[in-house]
Design a protein. Structure first.
Length: 220
């Protein structure tokens, strides 16, 4: 598949089959992603990839914290209030998902249940927590974002789907405790990945994009 075709066919998958990705394939993908560009070649990404029992343990620990009523406490600022067209698009993506799942706008409990699936990795056998040194701030975040996109496209090339998740950075405590992540390192966001369940209602959701002229300005 060409890169253009990969991009055209990629979408956020939120329902996975339990089948794990073979370890050798994981290593090949992550080895290829090491070639991502970064500012001054600093390569600030330090992804923590969780699978199997470890994934189940950290998922349960995060859910327990959420159920106990703890408010999100991300390591990095993650509480932008979207405005204007950004807000419209934010609602558009939520509506696409909840409509596909048959969840009505006013059905708060069902929405909360759907939201909670984030911390169950949408049933995926693997998840990544993208960690980086906190002091890097926006410079590191740019590089880690580029790295994450590279990973997701390399996966798609091999038939592996994914969903990036800011949600996975919202309750960093259990992740850091279970995996002994040093205090000076933060979790920027995460990503669940594996083989898509084609029949899952959440995977029927699609988003659109603004016309080119609304985003890109060409000058010559
Ligand atoms: C940095 C980032 C964080 C995201 N966080 C979440 C999340 O926490 N939960 C979720 O279900 N989707 C999340 N998404 C997926 C976006 O909602 C999705 O990419 C967007 O709506 C466009 O849809 P598409 O990926 O299907 O093209 C995130 C995407 C990015 C790039």
């Amino acid at each position: 598949m060409s890169l253009t075709d990969i991009l055209a066919s990629r979408y956020s998958v939120r329902g996975f089959l339990p089948k794990p990705v073979p370890q050798k394939e994981l290593e090949d993908i992550f080895a290829a992603a090491q070639m991502s560009a970064s500012n001054c070649n600093t390569q600030p990404w330090q992804p923590l990839v969780v699978s199997g029992d470890k994934a189940k343990t950290v998922s349960s620990a995060m859910l327990a914290e959420i159920m106990s009523g703890t408010a999100p406490y991300p390591d990095f600022e993650w509480n932008v209030k979207y405005q204007d067209e950004h807000r419209t698009r934010q609602f558009g993506s939520a509506n696409a998902l909840y409509s596909a799942m048959g969840i009505a706008r006013e059905d708060k409990p069902a929405r909360n249940m759907a939201m909670g699936r984030n911390w169950q990795f949408f049933g995926a056998p693997h998840a990544i927590f993208f960690t980086m040194e906190k002091y890097l701030g926006i410079m590191g975040a740019v590089d880690v974002g580029i790295y994450a996109q590279t990973l997701s496209l390399l996966m798609k090339e091999r038939g592996i789907d994914s969903c990036m998740q800011g949600a996975l950075g919202q309750f960093p405590g259990p992740v850091k405790e279970i995996f002994d992540v040093p205090e000076e390192r933060g979790i920027l966001f995460g990503m669940s990945f594996g083989y898509a369940d084609p029949d899952h209602s959440a995977n029927q959701a699609r988003t659109d994009r603004a016309p080119l002229g609304d985003s890109v300005r060409f000058e010559s």
